[in-house]
Design a protein around this ligand. Sequence first.
Ligand code: NDP
Length: 247
Amino acid sequence: MFKYDAPPALLKDKIILVTGAGSGIGRTAALTYASYGATVVLLGRTTSKLEAVYDEIESNGWPQAAIYPMNLEGASEQDYANLAATLEQEFGHLDGLLNNAGLLGELKPIAQYDAETWQRVMQVNLNAPFLLTRELLPLLRNADHASVIFTSSTVGHEGRANWGAYSVSKFATEGLMQTLADEEDGISQVRVNSLNPGGTRTAMRATAFPGEAADARPAPEEIMPLYLYLMSTDSINESGKAFHAQR
Ligand code: NDP
């Protein structure tokens, strides 16, 4: 497990956007960032789940969050531009972007993989992070040392039978991360890395491994040290790298 001791005010005054913030790892990351002092922009497709996270942040007395409901599957380029304009108006810059939302799709051999599911998975896991990050780049460049995290997977590093579009989207995510990191190197203070959570106890994991015992994998809370490290100024010299939360 990646180890990092975060001081309580680690993310004080930072503005961090988390996608898929209503449930799973994204929910825990949003709560964790808020608990360390960040103002978190909660983006997701289910408003009621985002509201529950918002309320939890408020009841703990952490910095007030912002809610931005958005379905990454159907969002247009204009939707992303509108989001960027709203954040520009509200905050003027963005310190962190956690591209976390993801879709598993179906676990089937390529020979039988449904083309429509393939497109949906690519849209949520790859195209949406591309569009979102592109639109938010000016705001990230406005910050001192902004951090962009793309969420990867073990099957984004090695192909595995039946993981289809999910695996391919995560390989491509690594390519997107490396390309952007190289482009920003030397021209901005934006750092760009990928993060593989490793098998983690969430709804997605339960769908992918239905026979697995509920407590077989760590809870999202246990993998937060790497999420904190990559958003903190301790990682300002890290860019273009693939990180693994459980190694
Ligand atoms: P979950 O399925 O539990 O959560 C996925 C999140 O993404 C949910 O908040 C969901 O929102 C959101 N989401 C899905 N589709 C859309 C969409 N179209 N628009 C907006 N938001 C959307 O997954 P995890 O928390 O387990 O996974 C988080 C990330 O970590 C993913 O990128 C995943 O690929 C990666 N990962 C997870 C591993 C694991 O073992 N859990 C292992 C390796 C990588 P809603 O709740 O509203 O549906």
